[in-house]
Write a new protein. Structure first.
Length: 253
């Protein structure tokens, strides 16, 4: 018990040092927290009234953003699902392939979407295709990692039962493991889809098209009412996708 208390004190000190160092690096200020009222005053003066006449144009741009997010994430999960079985320790063909694929997923995942986006905008030109590839590549790494962890945590009983009745190793893995982890796969997919919507907005600001590019154009031209209208539409999109994801998960479970 004494050893546990000593360890707890050490952990607490390390966390305290981490908080202090992070606050120092981020130039955190309690005084600044009380100056947020200036932000609210700015929004009241400049974000109203909303430009509802821009709604048809913004809806068209939001379809581009949704298309990029959906296709990028869907393409990523199509690739990540089979790859995850080779990246899971209990289903990998060999230790060598396990470490190679794990390293590949870590490498792809370590590069932010905006870095991919900058590379593809320069090499492929402006437009949503660059944003699509950036979201696809990053999500292959993220979803491959997440699904491989689900595979490793799956119950081995159904797999052993499949093997006992003569199923091959891969067939047994598919029909014994995927039904166990499918609801969690859907949860990860819809979460990454929501993230991809926000990411496609950021990528739009660097030339990836869609609603993000419109948002950046309004910001640069000081059209804050138009910018606020786009922000309201973005919030609505994310809420709708979240509700759809919850509905699908309930139906599957």
């Amino acid at each position: 018990m004494i050893w546990f208390r000593k360890r707890l004190i050490v952990y607490g000190l390390l966390i305290a040092v981490g908080i202090w160092f992070s606050a120092w690096q981020a130039e955190f200020s309690f005084v600044g927290l009380f100056q947020l009222e200036n932000t609210w005053d700015f929004m009241q003066r400049n974000f109203w009234p909303l430009r509802w006449e821009l709604l048809p144009y913004l809806l068209k741009q939001s379809l581009v953003t949704l298309g990029v997010a959906f296709l990028g994430t869907m393409g990523a999960i199509v690739i990540a699902l089979p790859v995850s079985f080779f990246a899971a320790e209990n289903t990998s063909a060999s230790k060598f392939s396990y470490y190679i694929i794990r390293s590949f997923l870590s490498l792809v995942r370590s590069i932010p979407e905006i870095v991919f986006g900058l590379i593809f905008v320069v090499s492929l030109g402006l437009g949503p295709f660059a944003a699509l590839l950036a979201i696809f590549l990053h999500n292959v790494g993220v979803l491959g990692k997440l699904i491989s962890e689900l595979v490793e945590a799956s119950d081995s009983g159904p797999h052993e039962a499949m093997k006992s009745v003569g199923a091959s190793r891969r067939i047994g893995q598919i029909f014994a493991i995927i039904p166990q982890i499918w609801p969690n796969i859907l949860s990860h997919y819809f979460y990454r889809f929501e993230v991809a919507i926000r990411t496609s907005l950021v990528l739009g600001m660097i030339g990836g098209g869609g609603l993000g590019q419109s948002l950046m154009n309004y910001y640069n031209s000081l059209a804050y009412e138009s910018m606020a209208t786009a922000i309201i539409l973005i919030m609505g999109m994310v809420i709708i996708v979240d509700l759809m994801g919850g509905y699908v998960r309930k139906r599957v479970i």
